[in-house]
Ligand binder design. Structure first.
Ligand SMILES: Nc1ncnc2c1ncn2[C@@H]1O[C@H](COP(=O)(O)OP(=O)(O)O)[C@@H](O)[C@H]1O
Ligand SMILES: [Mg+2]
Length: 383
Protein backbone atom coordinates (compact mmCIF):
# COMPACT_ATOMS: atom_id res chain seq x y z
CA UNK A 1 0.00 0.00 0.00
CA UNK A 2 2.66 2.44 1.03
CA UNK A 3 4.73 2.23 -2.16
CA UNK A 4 1.61 3.07 -4.15
CA UNK A 5 0.80 5.96 -1.85
CA UNK A 6 4.39 7.16 -2.00
CA UNK A 7 4.45 6.91 -5.78
CA UNK A 8 1.18 8.82 -6.08
CA UNK A 9 2.41 11.45 -3.65
CA UNK A 10 5.66 11.77 -5.60
CA UNK A 11 3.76 12.14 -8.87
CA UNK A 12 1.44 14.64 -7.22
CA UNK A 13 4.42 16.66 -6.01
CA UNK A 14 5.91 16.65 -9.52
CA UNK A 15 2.57 17.83 -10.84
CA UNK A 16 2.47 20.54 -8.14
CA UNK A 17 5.96 21.71 -9.02
CA UNK A 18 5.76 21.45 -12.77
CA UNK A 19 2.00 21.48 -13.22
CA UNK A 20 1.76 24.96 -14.71
CA UNK A 21 4.73 24.17 -16.92
CA UNK A 22 3.15 21.03 -18.26
CA UNK A 23 -0.17 22.69 -18.98
CA UNK A 24 1.79 25.58 -20.53
CA UNK A 25 3.51 23.02 -22.77
CA UNK A 26 0.10 21.62 -23.72
CA UNK A 27 -1.18 25.11 -24.54
CA UNK A 28 1.93 25.74 -26.61
CA UNK A 29 1.37 22.56 -28.61
CA UNK A 30 -2.25 23.45 -29.15
CA UNK A 31 -1.30 26.98 -30.14
CA UNK A 32 1.26 25.82 -32.67
CA UNK A 33 -1.21 23.25 -34.03
CA UNK A 34 -3.69 26.05 -34.51
CA UNK A 35 -1.07 28.08 -36.33
CA UNK A 36 -0.27 25.29 -38.74
CA UNK A 37 -3.96 24.49 -39.38
CA UNK A 38 -5.28 26.11 -42.62
CA UNK A 39 -7.20 29.26 -41.70
CA UNK A 40 -10.51 28.09 -43.10
CA UNK A 41 -13.11 30.69 -43.92
CA UNK A 42 -10.87 33.48 -42.75
CA UNK A 43 -11.49 36.83 -44.38
CA UNK A 44 -9.30 39.92 -44.64
CA UNK A 45 -5.68 40.40 -45.71
CA UNK A 46 -3.40 37.34 -45.94
CA UNK A 47 -1.30 36.78 -42.76
CA UNK A 48 2.15 38.33 -42.67
CA UNK A 49 5.02 35.81 -42.92
CA UNK A 50 6.98 35.29 -39.69
CA UNK A 51 10.73 34.96 -40.36
CA UNK A 52 11.62 31.23 -39.90
CA UNK A 53 14.38 32.10 -37.35
CA UNK A 54 11.84 33.78 -35.03
CA UNK A 55 9.50 30.80 -35.39
CA UNK A 56 12.30 28.51 -34.22
CA UNK A 57 13.70 30.71 -31.47
CA UNK A 58 10.43 31.46 -29.71
CA UNK A 59 9.50 27.86 -28.79
CA UNK A 60 13.13 27.19 -27.81
CA UNK A 61 13.14 30.18 -25.44
CA UNK A 62 9.85 29.07 -23.92
CA UNK A 63 11.09 25.50 -23.46
CA UNK A 64 14.22 26.82 -21.73
CA UNK A 65 12.14 28.93 -19.38
CA UNK A 66 9.99 25.88 -18.63
CA UNK A 67 13.01 23.68 -17.92
CA UNK A 68 14.54 26.38 -15.77
CA UNK A 69 11.38 26.68 -13.68
CA UNK A 70 11.07 22.93 -13.13
CA UNK A 71 14.74 22.32 -12.35
CA UNK A 72 14.84 25.34 -10.08
CA UNK A 73 11.89 24.03 -8.11
CA UNK A 74 13.51 20.62 -7.83
CA UNK A 75 16.81 21.94 -6.55
CA UNK A 76 15.44 24.31 -3.94
CA UNK A 77 13.69 21.38 -2.22
CA UNK A 78 16.42 19.81 -0.07
CA UNK A 79 13.83 17.85 1.94
CA UNK A 80 13.20 15.09 -0.60
CA UNK A 81 14.98 12.40 1.37
CA UNK A 82 12.45 9.77 0.30
CA UNK A 83 13.91 10.18 -3.20
CA UNK A 84 17.52 9.97 -2.01
CA UNK A 85 19.16 7.37 -4.30
CA UNK A 86 21.54 6.29 -1.50
CA UNK A 87 18.58 5.06 0.56
CA UNK A 88 17.31 1.50 0.26
CA UNK A 89 14.14 0.74 -1.71
CA UNK A 90 10.89 0.33 0.23
CA UNK A 91 10.88 -2.83 2.34
CA UNK A 92 14.67 -2.88 2.74
CA UNK A 93 17.18 -1.43 5.16
CA UNK A 94 20.86 -0.78 5.61
CA UNK A 95 22.53 0.22 8.87
CA UNK A 96 26.02 0.87 10.16
CA UNK A 97 28.73 -0.65 8.01
CA UNK A 98 26.35 -2.79 5.87
CA UNK A 99 27.14 -2.19 2.22
CA UNK A 100 23.99 -3.78 0.77
CA UNK A 101 20.32 -3.32 1.49
CA UNK A 102 18.59 -6.25 3.23
CA UNK A 103 14.85 -6.98 3.16
CA UNK A 104 13.00 -6.28 6.43
CA UNK A 105 13.27 -9.29 8.74
CA UNK A 106 10.25 -11.64 8.82
CA UNK A 107 8.48 -13.16 11.85
CA UNK A 108 10.55 -16.30 11.41
CA UNK A 109 13.82 -14.35 11.34
CA UNK A 110 12.81 -12.22 14.32
CA UNK A 111 12.04 -15.38 16.31
CA UNK A 112 15.20 -17.27 15.43
CA UNK A 113 17.90 -14.68 14.66
CA UNK A 114 17.28 -11.97 17.27
CA UNK A 115 18.52 -12.39 20.83
CA UNK A 116 16.71 -10.21 23.35
CA UNK A 117 18.98 -8.67 26.02
CA UNK A 118 18.26 -5.91 28.52
CA UNK A 119 15.35 -3.47 28.69
CA UNK A 120 16.36 0.07 27.67
CA UNK A 121 13.08 1.94 27.65
CA UNK A 122 9.36 1.77 28.06
CA UNK A 123 6.37 3.95 27.26
CA UNK A 124 2.62 3.42 27.32
CA UNK A 125 2.68 1.26 24.18
CA UNK A 126 6.11 -0.37 23.82
CA UNK A 127 8.70 -2.03 25.99
CA UNK A 128 12.08 -1.67 24.28
CA UNK A 129 14.98 -4.16 24.61
CA UNK A 130 18.56 -3.84 23.51
CA UNK A 131 18.96 -7.00 21.42
CA UNK A 132 21.45 -8.64 19.11
CA UNK A 133 21.09 -9.61 15.46
CA UNK A 134 24.09 -11.02 13.59
CA UNK A 135 26.45 -9.53 16.20
CA UNK A 136 24.89 -6.11 15.76
CA UNK A 137 23.03 -4.18 18.42
CA UNK A 138 19.37 -3.64 17.55
CA UNK A 139 16.25 -2.44 19.41
CA UNK A 140 13.35 -4.85 19.81
CA UNK A 141 10.04 -3.18 20.76
CA UNK A 142 7.26 -5.29 22.20
CA UNK A 143 3.65 -4.30 22.76
CA UNK A 144 3.03 -3.65 26.46
CA UNK A 145 -0.71 -4.49 26.57
CA UNK A 146 -3.35 -5.54 24.04
CA UNK A 147 -5.58 -2.48 24.73
CA UNK A 148 -3.09 -0.27 22.87
CA UNK A 149 -2.50 -2.64 19.93
CA UNK A 150 -4.19 -0.21 17.50
CA UNK A 151 -1.68 2.50 18.40
CA UNK A 152 1.15 -0.02 18.04
CA UNK A 153 -0.06 -1.03 14.57
CA UNK A 154 -0.60 2.61 13.54
CA UNK A 155 2.99 3.32 14.62
CA UNK A 156 4.23 0.37 12.59
CA UNK A 157 2.31 1.51 9.48
CA UNK A 158 3.79 5.00 9.82
CA UNK A 159 7.28 3.59 10.41
CA UNK A 160 6.99 1.56 7.20
CA UNK A 161 5.70 4.50 5.14
CA UNK A 162 7.90 7.29 6.47
CA UNK A 163 11.37 5.70 6.33
CA UNK A 164 13.77 8.58 5.72
CA UNK A 165 16.69 10.36 7.35
CA UNK A 166 14.18 11.81 9.86
CA UNK A 167 12.82 8.49 11.14
CA UNK A 168 14.47 5.58 12.94
CA UNK A 169 15.44 2.77 10.56
CA UNK A 170 13.02 -0.15 10.53
CA UNK A 171 14.76 -3.55 10.37
CA UNK A 172 11.77 -5.87 10.57
CA UNK A 173 8.45 -6.56 12.27
CA UNK A 174 6.06 -9.33 13.21
CA UNK A 175 2.42 -8.37 13.67
CA UNK A 176 1.56 -11.86 15.01
CA UNK A 177 4.06 -11.42 17.85
CA UNK A 178 3.47 -7.66 18.25
CA UNK A 179 7.14 -6.89 17.79
CA UNK A 180 9.12 -4.30 15.84
CA UNK A 181 12.88 -4.31 15.24
CA UNK A 182 14.65 -0.98 14.70
CA UNK A 183 18.18 0.37 14.64
CA UNK A 184 19.57 0.76 18.16
CA UNK A 185 20.75 4.22 19.23
CA UNK A 186 22.98 3.91 22.31
CA UNK A 187 22.60 7.59 23.25
CA UNK A 188 18.91 6.96 23.88
CA UNK A 189 16.15 9.53 23.70
CA UNK A 190 16.36 13.34 23.88
CA UNK A 191 15.25 13.07 27.52
CA UNK A 192 18.82 12.17 28.43
CA UNK A 193 20.46 14.82 26.22
CA UNK A 194 21.79 16.89 29.11
CA UNK A 195 23.25 13.85 30.87
CA UNK A 196 24.84 12.67 27.62
CA UNK A 197 26.40 16.06 26.89
CA UNK A 198 27.82 16.16 30.42
CA UNK A 199 29.79 12.96 29.90
CA UNK A 200 33.48 13.80 29.47
CA UNK A 201 33.43 11.96 26.14
CA UNK A 202 30.88 14.38 24.69
CA UNK A 203 31.72 17.59 26.54
CA UNK A 204 33.42 19.08 23.47
CA UNK A 205 30.11 18.65 21.63
CA UNK A 206 28.24 20.71 24.20
CA UNK A 207 28.41 23.96 22.18
CA UNK A 208 25.72 26.34 20.95
CA UNK A 209 26.61 25.32 17.37
CA UNK A 210 25.83 21.63 17.98
CA UNK A 211 22.81 22.46 20.07
CA UNK A 212 21.35 24.81 17.45
CA UNK A 213 22.00 22.10 14.88
CA UNK A 214 19.90 19.74 17.03
CA UNK A 215 17.07 22.30 17.17
CA UNK A 216 17.29 22.55 13.40
CA UNK A 217 17.03 18.76 13.13
CA UNK A 218 13.99 18.77 15.39
CA UNK A 219 12.17 21.41 13.30
CA UNK A 220 13.18 19.54 10.13
CA UNK A 221 11.33 16.48 11.49
CA UNK A 222 8.20 18.55 12.20
CA UNK A 223 8.45 20.01 8.69
CA UNK A 224 8.85 16.49 7.27
CA UNK A 225 5.69 15.34 9.12
CA UNK A 226 3.68 18.36 8.00
CA UNK A 227 4.64 17.80 4.35
CA UNK A 228 4.97 14.01 4.50
CA UNK A 229 4.31 11.68 1.56
CA UNK A 230 1.10 10.68 3.37
CA UNK A 231 -0.11 14.26 3.89
CA UNK A 232 -0.05 16.63 6.87
CA UNK A 233 0.65 14.55 9.98
CA UNK A 234 0.41 15.97 13.50
CA UNK A 235 2.79 14.85 16.25
CA UNK A 236 0.17 14.12 18.89
CA UNK A 237 2.31 12.17 21.37
CA UNK A 238 3.51 15.43 22.91
CA UNK A 239 1.31 16.58 25.76
CA UNK A 240 4.28 17.76 27.87
CA UNK A 241 8.00 18.38 27.36
CA UNK A 242 9.39 15.12 28.88
CA UNK A 243 6.91 13.05 26.88
CA UNK A 244 7.76 14.92 23.68
CA UNK A 245 11.50 14.43 24.21
CA UNK A 246 11.04 10.69 24.78
CA UNK A 247 9.73 10.25 21.22
CA UNK A 248 13.00 11.28 19.58
CA UNK A 249 16.38 9.54 19.64
CA UNK A 250 19.84 11.07 19.57
CA UNK A 251 22.04 9.32 17.01
CA UNK A 252 25.75 8.68 17.50
CA UNK A 253 26.57 11.49 15.07
CA UNK A 254 24.42 13.94 17.00
CA UNK A 255 21.38 14.16 14.80
CA UNK A 256 17.79 13.48 15.81
CA UNK A 257 15.42 10.81 14.51
CA UNK A 258 11.76 10.33 15.31
CA UNK A 259 11.25 7.01 17.07
CA UNK A 260 7.65 6.88 18.26
CA UNK A 261 5.11 7.27 15.45
CA UNK A 262 2.13 5.79 17.32
CA UNK A 263 0.06 9.00 17.33
CA UNK A 264 0.32 10.78 13.98
CA UNK A 265 -3.19 11.68 12.83
CA UNK A 266 -3.76 13.22 9.42
CA UNK A 267 -5.10 16.71 8.74
CA UNK A 268 -6.97 16.81 5.47
CA UNK A 269 -7.49 20.36 4.26
CA UNK A 270 -9.61 19.39 1.25
CA UNK A 271 -12.17 17.50 3.35
CA UNK A 272 -11.79 19.85 6.31
CA UNK A 273 -10.80 16.95 8.58
CA UNK A 274 -8.98 18.21 11.66
CA UNK A 275 -7.52 16.17 14.54
CA UNK A 276 -7.73 15.70 18.29
CA UNK A 277 -4.82 14.34 20.30
CA UNK A 278 -6.44 11.68 22.47
CA UNK A 279 -9.81 11.74 24.19
CA UNK A 280 -8.82 13.21 27.52
CA UNK A 281 -8.64 16.77 28.72
CA UNK A 282 -5.21 18.38 28.29
CA UNK A 283 -3.89 21.03 30.64
CA UNK A 284 -0.83 23.25 31.00
CA UNK A 285 0.85 25.76 28.72
CA UNK A 286 3.09 23.30 26.89
CA UNK A 287 0.12 22.28 24.72
CA UNK A 288 -1.35 24.84 22.30
CA UNK A 289 -4.25 26.97 23.58
CA UNK A 290 -6.68 25.38 21.11
CA UNK A 291 -5.93 21.99 22.75
CA UNK A 292 -7.38 23.21 26.06
CA UNK A 293 -11.02 22.81 27.08
CA UNK A 294 -12.58 26.10 25.93
CA UNK A 295 -15.79 26.17 28.04
CA UNK A 296 -14.39 26.93 31.48
CA UNK A 297 -14.33 25.05 34.78
CA UNK A 298 -18.12 25.07 35.14
CA UNK A 299 -18.74 22.89 32.11
CA UNK A 300 -17.35 19.36 32.60
CA UNK A 301 -14.99 18.15 29.86
CA UNK A 302 -16.66 16.10 27.16
CA UNK A 303 -14.64 14.73 24.28
CA UNK A 304 -17.51 15.13 21.79
CA UNK A 305 -17.75 18.85 22.54
CA UNK A 306 -14.02 19.45 22.33
CA UNK A 307 -13.19 21.29 19.06
CA UNK A 308 -10.60 19.72 16.73
CA UNK A 309 -7.44 21.48 15.57
CA UNK A 310 -4.64 21.25 13.01
CA UNK A 311 -0.85 20.86 12.71
CA UNK A 312 -0.23 24.36 14.11
CA UNK A 313 -0.27 22.78 17.59
CA UNK A 314 3.21 21.46 16.73
CA UNK A 315 4.41 24.98 15.89
CA UNK A 316 3.29 26.27 19.30
CA UNK A 317 5.56 23.70 20.97
CA UNK A 318 8.71 24.45 18.93
CA UNK A 319 10.06 27.28 21.16
CA UNK A 320 9.89 25.11 24.30
CA UNK A 321 11.55 22.10 22.68
CA UNK A 322 14.19 24.29 21.02
CA UNK A 323 14.91 26.10 24.25
CA UNK A 324 15.53 22.75 25.94
CA UNK A 325 17.80 21.70 23.07
CA UNK A 326 19.76 24.99 23.23
CA UNK A 327 20.32 24.52 26.94
CA UNK A 328 22.52 26.87 28.93
CA UNK A 329 25.98 26.92 27.44
CA UNK A 330 28.11 29.84 26.30
CA UNK A 331 26.33 31.35 23.30
CA UNK A 332 22.89 29.77 23.77
CA UNK A 333 21.37 33.05 24.98
CA UNK A 334 22.77 34.80 21.92
CA UNK A 335 21.01 32.18 19.75
CA UNK A 336 17.79 32.62 21.77
CA UNK A 337 17.99 36.37 21.14
CA UNK A 338 18.19 35.80 17.37
CA UNK A 339 15.30 33.35 17.46
CA UNK A 340 13.14 35.65 19.57
CA UNK A 341 10.90 36.98 16.76
CA UNK A 342 10.20 33.63 15.11
CA UNK A 343 9.49 32.04 18.48
CA UNK A 344 7.13 34.89 19.34
CA UNK A 345 5.26 34.18 16.10
CA UNK A 346 5.11 30.45 17.00
CA UNK A 347 3.32 31.47 20.20
CA UNK A 348 0.53 33.39 18.41
CA UNK A 349 -2.79 32.64 20.06
CA UNK A 350 -4.36 32.31 16.62
CA UNK A 351 -3.11 29.09 14.98
CA UNK A 352 -3.34 30.49 11.44
CA UNK A 353 -0.99 33.32 12.39
CA UNK A 354 1.78 30.94 13.42
CA UNK A 355 4.50 30.32 10.83
CA UNK A 356 4.79 26.98 9.03
CA UNK A 357 7.49 24.54 10.10
CA UNK A 358 9.25 25.37 6.85
CA UNK A 359 9.30 29.09 7.77
CA UNK A 360 10.78 28.24 11.17
CA UNK A 361 13.35 25.95 9.59
CA UNK A 362 14.41 28.65 7.12
CA UNK A 363 14.83 31.17 9.94
CA UNK A 364 16.86 28.72 12.04
CA UNK A 365 19.10 28.05 9.05
CA UNK A 366 19.61 31.78 8.45
CA UNK A 367 20.49 32.35 12.12
CA UNK A 368 22.92 29.43 12.08
CA UNK A 369 24.61 30.76 8.93
CA UNK A 370 24.74 34.31 10.27
CA UNK A 371 26.22 33.35 13.63
CA UNK A 372 28.61 30.81 12.17
CA UNK A 373 29.96 33.34 9.69
CA UNK A 374 30.20 36.28 12.04
CA UNK A 375 31.04 34.96 15.45
CA UNK A 376 34.53 34.82 16.75
CA UNK A 377 34.96 34.87 20.53
CA UNK A 378 35.31 38.70 20.34
CA UNK A 379 32.39 39.55 18.07
CA UNK A 380 30.13 37.08 19.89
CA UNK A 381 30.16 39.35 22.89
CA UNK A 382 28.82 42.20 20.73
CA UNK A 383 26.01 40.12 19.26
N1 LIG B 1 15.90 2.30 18.75
C1 LIG B 1 16.09 2.66 20.01
N2 LIG B 1 17.34 2.80 20.52
C2 LIG B 1 17.51 3.17 21.79
N3 LIG B 1 16.53 3.43 22.67
C3 LIG B 1 15.25 3.30 22.24
C4 LIG B 1 14.97 2.91 20.90
N4 LIG B 1 13.64 2.89 20.73
C5 LIG B 1 13.10 3.25 21.91
N5 LIG B 1 14.06 3.48 22.83
C6 LIG B 1 13.82 3.91 24.23
O1 LIG B 1 12.55 3.43 24.64
C7 LIG B 1 11.70 4.53 25.01
C8 LIG B 1 10.25 4.22 24.67
O2 LIG B 1 10.12 4.06 23.27
P1 LIG B 1 8.79 4.58 22.52
O3 LIG B 1 8.86 4.13 21.10
O4 LIG B 1 8.61 6.04 22.74
O5 LIG B 1 7.66 3.76 23.29
P2 LIG B 1 6.11 4.14 23.53
O6 LIG B 1 5.45 4.04 22.20
O7 LIG B 1 5.59 3.14 24.50
O8 LIG B 1 6.09 5.55 24.06
C9 LIG B 1 12.28 5.73 24.28
O9 LIG B 1 11.96 6.93 24.92
C10 LIG B 1 13.78 5.44 24.33
O10 LIG B 1 14.31 5.81 25.58
MG1 LIG C 1 6.83 7.13 23.26
Amino acid sequence: MSTGVLEDARRERWRERCGPGISMRKELTEASAMETRPQEGRKGPPPRDVPPAVGLLLPMALMNALLYLCLDRLFISPRRSAEDPTRCPHGHFRMGPMSNCSPWLSCEQLRTEVRQMKRVGEGAVKRVFLSEWKERKVALSRLTRLEVRDDFLHGLRMLKSLQSEHVVTLLGYCEDDNSILTEYHPLGSLSSLEATLNLSKYRSTNTWQHRLQLALGYVAIIDFLHRSPLGTLVMCDSSDLPKTLSQYLLTANFSIVLNDLDALPLVNRSTGALVKCGHRELRGDFVAPEQLWPYGEDVPFHDDLMPAYDEKIDIWKIPDVSSFLLGHVEGSDMVRFHLFDIHKACKSQTPAERPTAQDVLDTYQKVLNLLRDTTTPQTREML
